[in-house]
Design a protein around this ligand. Structure first.
Ligand code: GLU
Length: 299
């Protein structure tokens, strides 16, 4: 049995003759919850229904938050759900060189700049200058954009968004459920692509990996919808192939809030500990049978 919506989109995608490759890409900074189970099922079933490949990529780029025990738990939880992946488990932490090479390319193109601002500096600058709000909160005010920065100081690298958009030109991206989208990455401002305390940001690493892993269809939750225009921009700047996306509905609680890793009650571990059979549980999720108070939200 596969998730009906995933099967419908996969058949549509397979009809184009493309060999489908999808992925589930969790961050190992907590135990997986019901929402992750749904995301993994969606990506897995999409690939299986379309005769394609399904990859498991552990996004452990952030060494301060990632823990090996959570990565191990992800593997166990997916096995419990009866979801098998193709090939070895991929770990982002082994790919820093490819992220660094991409950053160099963006430096050569003059599209990134070093930034030494601390959180405090940014908060102070935003107090003086009213902030524009982007999908991730107040937009960086550009303090370091034209500053001469001594690279011996701890610094991150930010994308010069205005230049990047100018170079990439008009962009659009395609979501199987929502149709053709006009990318609007300007909303995010000068995002961090390379962090002070860790290698590449999620945006850079995920975009490079999706291309490197040959992902044809990025299947992930609606909560990441706004990021896709940004990722499309990075693909254009780095001459990467264009995938299609399917942002699936999210499981939300009684308040309409999406589930969070901190809510232990919804963790797959706790459901498993209650003696539930994982395979049967995955079948009930595919049937839209959710625990009391939870619903699927398309918004
Ligand atoms: N690692 C991200 C997360 O756990 C998901 C990234 C993605 O699917 O693009 O939220």
């Amino acid at each position: 049995m596969v998730l009906a919506e995933a099967a419908a989109f996969a058949q549509q995608a397979a009809a184009s003759g493309r060999n489908i490759v999808t992925r589930f890409a969790p961050s190992p900074n907590g135990y997986l919850h019901l929402g992750h189970a749904y995301a993994a099922i969606a990506a897995h079933d999409f690939a299986r229904a379309g005769g394609g490949r399904f990859l498991l990529r552990i996004e452990d780029i952030d060494g301060s938050r990632s823990r090996r025990e959570y990565a191990d738990a992800i593997v166990e939880d997916l096995q419990w759900l009866g979801l098998g992946w193709d090939g070895d488990v991929i770990f982002q932490s082994t790919r820093s060189e490819s992220y660094a090479a991409a950053l160099e390319r963006l430096k050569d193109k003059g599209l990134v700049y070093p930034c030494i601002c601390t959180r405090k500096d940014i908060a102070a600058a935003l107090k003086k200058q009213p902030a524009r709000h982007g999908p991730d909160g107040p937009v960086y005010p550009g303090t370091c954009r034209h500053r001469d920065i001594d690279l011996a100081q701890p610094h991150c690298w930010r994308l010069d968004m205005a230049r990047a958009i100018k170079q990439a030109g008009q962009q659009s991206w395609f979501d199987l459920a929502a149709g053709l989208q006009r990318g609007d990455p300007a909303l995010f401002g000068d995002i961090v692509l390379w962090r002070k305390d860790a290698p590449a940001s999620y945006h850079l690493a995920a975009t490079l990996d999706d291309a490197g892993d040959g992902i044809t269809h990025i299947v992930r939750g609606m909560d990441l919808f706004a990021y896709s225009g940004l990722h499309r921009l990075l693909q254009q700047l780095l001459d990467l192939p264009e995938p299609a996306w399917w942002h699936h509905p999210l499981i939300v609680d009684e308040q309409g809030d999406k589930l969070a890793k901190s809510r232990k009650s919804a963790s797959l571990r706790s459901i498993r500990a209650s003696g539930m059979d994982g395979f049967a549980f995955a079948v009930s999720l595919r049937n839209g049978e959710l625990p009391l108070g939870m619903t699927l939200s398309k918004a």
